[in-house]
Design a binder for this molecule. Structure first.
Ligand code: BF8
Ligand code: SF4
Length: 630
């Protein structure tokens, strides 16, 4: 048996260089080149002190001009920009959640979408006081979906899922007036507050940022996750593979990219259809290979073991292999660059959502009603495109690692139970995990999430931090592009246990799990919220006392900031490796990195030096342990 070894960043970059070389031959552009073209960035933008929200501006803050034309100061401008950024993220995640609600509403026994986890559906129905006894499961599904849709627009009250949080957390949210009302209201209220001539008070802007974030994490994202599980199944551990080497030279390669599993689930289904496989063979391919990029990849990897080709900054690489017949996208984090890039190769760039229309793509409008038919059409298009491959442009790097993924909250509870063999009911408890933490076998946990950002060497921060943390017996729960960084490097292989400290290694052995647990896509950070909520309830500690922190070392998107806000507002101190655009106001920045702790028991810390970032997290976890006397 070959000895286990992580794939290094150097190895991956050497392969990327080869791909870029091929790209240059066919006139392809690349993000690496565009970063050069865009550097240096505008300092006003970087520090958040450029205001463009009215036509008297744009106004920029300098020592000579400390206020905009309306008189708004740096704290107001930075705060408004930050809140708008958050609202963008909350809207995006939540609208994804809304489309999943709609899909659930349209689910039927003989339709394109069915209920795959009726037990989970019944649990949610019970939570929401919806009758399940003696009812057809689809009646229940439709009522739950409609009730979920009302969470976006009901006139009164707060988000239903807030009740999942421990009492202590709920009380903080009430007292600080940040309990999120309906989702659309938090987003539009944020836009209203940041209109010219409304809020310029930094505290009010920070507070609304937390509330808008919470409407995402405990509202839109949580419904996105929960209803995706109901529709497509709750993830359980499954083996898969990661990195560009999952693409196959003799197969039709279809890459699914984006976020909404409604599309990718159907593509996966049709790619397994015997009729389609026969068609692929008739075109000279051995079969059909579906692989993923970004969070769509996380969704189908978690549920079906579909291999993960790469994360955010790998998206151009999949086309550069010359072996991608189609890259099929839904929404979010899709480079518009894929249009012109695909034209340099034979690749079909297929857009499917009205939310994400892009030039140089084939648009096939995909919705719940036409899902089956259109998924078939897309798979067929990819197959027919196999013959157009330019053989001399094909280069698939041999990079590939094994990964075990699928650690939903339910799966983690079940897996950790192996340590104590205590009884698990249908929802289980987190007691075994608590025991491991109390005894110190596991020192704590880091929820590492978020994107790639060219401001940080691609995946380097994720992987180096994860290595350091597991060496120190800190278990990782990860999602989004952080998860794929781990998988590509090999940290989701069960053999990665050999890189752990003795305590965590023992837990990995006993539970037969990797030290870095893949909890899913970015909307699935709601799973992490459920996990810490139940850890707190089962242990009797408050969430802000748990030796658990959040971390986004390479983040870039509005969604990531929305996430940061709800993770902090839930009580988890969160470490960022990329400075948000807030440097221009010490007052606002000081709130985020200190002041808000008085409200919610946690705040942000920005540490751009990766080594120091790791140390800071370990120190924070040890401080929490000391406080708990464990
Ligand atoms: O929602 S981690 S780059 S893919 S935003 Fe995007 Fe960031 Fe990746 Fe998933 Ni999340
Ligand atoms: Fe300038 Fe005020 Fe208008 Fe912003 S709102 S652009 S600071 S005048």
């Amino acid at each position: 048996m070959e000895e286990f070894k992580l794939t290094t960043r150097d190895e991956m970059e050497a392969e990327t260089d080869k791909l870029l070389e091929i790209g240059r031959k066919v006139g392809a552009d690349s993000w690496q080149q565009r970063v050069k073209n865009q550097t240096p960035h505008c300092r006003f933008g970087e520090e958040g002190i450029c205001c463009r929200i009215c036509q008297m501006g744009p106004c920029r803050i300098t020592p000579k001009s400390p206020r905009g034309i309306c008189g708004c100061d740096a704290a107001g401008i930075v705060g408004r920009n930050y809140l708008r950024f958050t609202a963008g993220g909350a809207a995006t995640h939540s609208d994804h959640g809304r489309s999943i609600c709609h899909t659930l509403y349209l689910a039927k026994e003989d339709g394109n979408y069915k209920v795959k986890d009726p037990e989970k559906l019944k649990r949610i129905a019970k939570e929401w006081d919806i009758e399940t006894e003696g009812r057809d499961i689809y009646d229940v599904a439709h009522e739950v979906a409609e009730t979920g849709l009302m969470e976006y627009g009901k006139p009164f009250g707060t988000q239903r899922f807030l009740k999942r949080a421990p009492k202590h957390t709920q009380e903080i949210w009430e007292k600080e007036e940040i309990a999120p009302r309906v989702i659309d209201r938090e987003v539009s209220c944020s836009m209203h507050m940041t209109h010219m001539g409304c809020s310029s008070d930094p505290e009010a802007l920070a507070r609304q940022s937390l509330r808008a974030g919470l409407s995402d994490g405990w509202g839109g994202s949580m419904m996105g996750t929960e209803f995706s599980d109901v529709l497509f199944g709750t993830p359980m551990p499954v083996d898969t593979e990661a990195n560009l080497g999952v693409m196959q030279e003799d197969m039709v390669n279809i890459i699914v990219h984006g976020h909404d599993p409604s599309l990718s689930e159907m593509i996966v289904e049709y790619a397994e259809n015997p009729e389609m496989i026969a068609l692929a063979k008739s075109y000279g391919a051995k079969g059909i290979n579906v692989a993923g990029v970004c969070c769509t990849s996380n969704e189908v990897a978690m549920r079906h073991g579909i291999p993960m080709a790469g994360n955010f900054l790998s998206q151009e690489n999949v086309v550069l292999t010359g072996a991608c017949e189609a890259i099929v996208v839904d929404v979010q984090c899709i480079f518009p660059a894929l249009g012109p890039l695909s034209k340099c190769f034979h690749t079909k760039f297929i857009t499917t959502s009205e939310i994400a229309r892009m030039p140089d793509s084939d648009f096939i409008h995909f919705d719940a009603e036409n899902a089956g038919e259109n998924a078939k059409k897309i798979v067929k298009m990819a197959i027919e495109n196999f013959q157009n491959r330019k053989k001399d442009l094909v280069y698939i790097p041999k990079l590939k690692q094994k990964a075990t993924v699928g650690y939903s909250y339910e799966a983690i509870v079940k897996t950790l139970d192996t340590v104590t063999n205590s009884h698990v009911d249908e929802t289980g408890t987190t007691k075994p995990l608590n025991e491991c933490v109390k005894s110190g076998i596991i020192r704590g946990a880091v929820a590492m999430v978020g994107c790639n950002n060219p401001k940080v060497r691609h995946d380097y921060a994720h992987v180096e931090l994860m290595k350091k943390l597991i060496q120190n017996d800190i278990v990782l729960v990860v999602s989004g592009c952080a998860a794929q960084a781990a998988a590509k490097a090999g940290l989701m292989s069960k053999e990665a246990k050999n890189l752990c400290g003795d305590g965590l290694k023992r837990v990995c052995e006993l539970c037969d799990m990797p030290p870095v647990l893949h909890m899913g896509s970015c909307v699935d950070i709601s799973r992490m919220m459920v996990l810490v909520a139940n850890l707190a309830k089962d242990s009797g500690w408050n969430i802000d006392e748990l030796p658990v922190v959040g971390c986004a070392p390479e983040w870039m998107s509005e969604k990531a900031i929305s996430i940061g806000n709800y993770v902090v507002a839930t009580g988890l101190t969160t470490f960022l490796g990329v400075y948000p655009q807030t440097k221009g106001s010490e007052v606002f920045d000081g709130l985020l990195q200190g002041g808000i702790k008085d409200w919610v028991g946690a705040c942000f810390h920005v540490v751009e030096d990766i080594d120091k970032l790791g140390d800071a997290m370990i120190e924070e976890i040890e401080r929490k342990r000391e406080h708990l006397h464990i």
